[in-house]
Unconditional design. Sequence first.
Length: 556
Amino acid sequence: MTTTTTMAPMTPIAHDTNVRTVPELLRRQARERPTRPAFLFGDRKLTYAALDAAANRVANALIAEGGVPGARVAVLAKDSDRSYEVLFGCIKAGAVALSINWRLARPELAYIINDARAEVLFVGTDFVSEIEAIRAELPSVRRIVVIAAGHSSQADQADQAGPPAPGARRDAPGSLDGWLAGHGDADPDVASGPDDVVLQLYTSGTTGRPKGAQLANYSFFDLMNGMARQGDGWIGLGPRDVTILTLPAFHIGGVWWTIRCLAAGVTCIVIEGFVGWQVLELIARHRVTKICLVPAMIQVVLAEPSCRTTDVSSLTHIVYGGSPSAQGLLQHAMATFRCALVQIYGMTETGNMAVCLRAEDHTLQGNPRMRAAGRALPGVQLKVIDAQGRVVPPRQIGEICIHSPSRMIGYWNLEAATAETLRDGWVHSGDAGFLDEEGYLYIQDRVKDMIIYAGENIYPAEIEHVLHEHPAVAEAAVIGVPDSRWGETVKAVVVLRPGASATAAEFLEFTRGRIADFKAPKSVDFVAALPRTPSGKVKKAELRATYWKGRERLVN
């Protein structure tokens, strides 16, 4: 079955539908609302005019550094107003920004930086020691610049350090302010078109290595612009709105939400990391109107004791996604926050949002549609196919494919992987599900075994690769098992070599430092042999069956 959707009811449109690039967005907002706060970070305020000027300074410094259009520039830092200045400055210079997950282990960081051949690396003060430990392994990096968020005296001292002393190594870490010294804030006016790649976000790899999904300017504008021209304002983002950037910029959901909010003139509160009670405090203090959360975040906020007493009456919308949600959790959120809930479904490869379950499909009493991911947004097409690529009828499970104007350009330097995922403009998601007769999409399982832990995509192949390095392991398979708080957690199923012995605790300790903590197994089971197909493939569905018994769907 292939489906598109009809236009939703009219909602006021707040952004200019002619803007199709990030640099033009920054220029336009600096002209039209120069004094409106774009970012709030701690006690600092960055207006739209100041954001544009700060991005220009970063761009001019990068150009003076010898950066050329298309060069990869990496950012490894917790979110702050300064990190966003750098991110947008990279784009204004014509570079391709790599916002890297700072939770990764050192080998993972080195792989991504080297795979992208990043020439300049911006690093937060929290991660300088991590980069110093792997510096000799990063041959393409010729300049390291330290971003000090400004919350401590140590950060202040770093930012006041000034440029490197004469004779210092050219690539020796220097402070951001020292590096920017002498560069003006005039717009560099580097050509940037809708089809130019501006971000390269690394997704976990089904083959054990992350892949760099290349996203062009159009990925952040064309879908929403098309909807707006049809009179569909989605959730009505506008300049009176205030949001909290709960999702990090290294996540497609985080950077997409940020750009969409800036396009609408929203004031964005930047936080370094998600803490439930702090988010509640910020909602009350700043009268936050719209917020984007993954289901695990909703659950954490609802569990906070202060949730019962905090004034959250300013909230009009909670946008959620990243993993399937239990209907009971959604009903609890509706009863507590008394605002509209809107679910989105998509992935890095689709430029984030492609499917939406609108507010009108959520009811306090609950209804069957609340188990759906939603319907295709205007301009998006969905189809569900079988193993032979044939479109299946309604309610028959198959692989979900998405045709969106926001889809990625392709994976960086991976033609075969791009051809496998992106076929004739259709993104093959790796998710299994079905469409009903009205075009609502239901997610049932994952074709590619992906695990979603608190909104983070985890691929078993990465973890299995690490486990096989242990001398006691003959075979290992990794699966996701249901968890009431995080959605799913990682379980390793291990076959030991003859005569070898090891404990679960030993394996958990072995993975530390070799892979990011959030990817590491939370439990280990030992078996005599792994179930396999006649062709030798591990039967992951059979391994998962015991842990998912009695559940309606095989994702949580």
